[in-house]
Design a protein around this ligand. Sequence first.
Ligand SMILES: NC(=O)C1=CN([C@@H]2O[C@H](COP(=O)(O)OP(=O)(O)OC[C@H]3O[C@@H](n4cnc5c(N)ncnc54)[C@H](OP(=O)(O)O)[C@@H]3O)[C@@H](O)[C@H]2O)C=CC1
Ligand SMILES: O=C(O)[C@@H]1CCC=N1
Length: 361
Amino acid sequence: MLYRQPSSPNQLLLHTSCAEDLYSIYHLQRHLCWYESILWPEDMKQSHGRIHVFFSEDDDIVPTSFINDYLEKSNIDTTVLSDFKHVLSNLKIGLLGAGRMSQALARSLIERNVVSSKDQIMASDVDENQRNIVASQLGIVTTADNREVVKESDLLILAVKPKDVESVLKTIREPLLPHYHLLVSIAAGIRTTTIEQLLKPNSRVIRVMPNVACLVNASCSVYSSGKFATTDDRSVVNTIFSSIGSCEGEIDENLLNAVTALSGSGPAYFSVLVEALADGGVKSGLSRSMALTLAIKTMLGTAQLLLGKEQPFHPSQLKDAVASPGGTTIYGLEMMEKAGIRAALMETVTAATNRAAQLES
Ligand SMILES: NC(=O)C1=CN([C@@H]2O[C@H](COP(=O)(O)OP(=O)(O)OC[C@H]3O[C@@H](n4cnc5c(N)ncnc54)[C@H](OP(=O)(O)O)[C@@H]3O)[C@@H](O)[C@H]2O)C=CC1
Ligand SMILES: O=C(O)[C@@H]1CCC=N1
């Protein structure tokens, strides 16, 4: 870890925060006698108790597969915990606003072991009811005072509605230290420059657009960095938002309103489609519950085919594969075209993009 050249964002973060940190280097290279700290397989075998070594598959510090192979050759029992990462062990995360999105984020960070303990997360909310839900269901410390969260955290996630952003930022301006804190906003339509202007000069800001599917770890997020955010800041944001689904990378901030309109609002559009298709099933005689189940599972299966790990379908390819000549599907598709569904969906995203732009001004 001290000598390795970083080859991933997390390794880069470790490299700059630990491997290049003066005190870490001084301590690890001067005061630690490695030969006194190594537990050799031979010593393990001689120990009286049974030894079983557990690894995290995606550990950025420990070269898991290398050590696992070595221990297996030495007949030591091991288990590699798939999908486990080395935790963001020291980062303290503060949630400003403890509503739907914050709760989903916190739950994922804890359940997916991105943080090592619940104590690494704190949340504030004006609503006592929300605070009680978060405290009782997630075991997180809560407060009504946003400033307290800032004082206790390294990274802040601003998760209040856009209309409340300005007042929250004014409250936390004083305790928020530009060289220390990173502010990550998920508020729709609030630009990083607007946020930066409300904070102290040089404040580090990143704007992210996730979606509500973070409740089931299936969000897809995109982000834009403010003027002063660093490479390490982007790396941490990547780690956090990958833990609630996927993080699709950075985008020009001018396009973030379109992202908000497509994937941020998208779960609402797909819900309407599913409901309408189920209504059609009911009209044709299916029970409500059967119709809903079929509509939902058809959406899920279609998404899996379009994403296809090995051979993804293009949407038009999949449509053509389903619509046989003179069959049922092509009659249904004709009706969709007559109703102008394509134009309606395009206009849907355009209208939501325009609304996000209105929120900006
Ligand atoms: N919901 C979604 O699908 C998505 C939302 N977003 C964005 O995420 C943000 C949060 O959304 P969501 O979680 O749905 O919203 P919620 O309304 O569920 O949560 C926001 C919480 O913040 C509280 N709050 C309001 N003012 C303050 C304040 N001054 N200090 C502390 N807490 C305050 C609210 O209390 P009260 O209700 O009493 O005002 C509420 O409990 C929004 O900006 C939205 O644009 C982004 C992607 C998807
Ligand atoms: O409707 C909204 O304002 C938010 C932004 C994306 C999803 N919900």
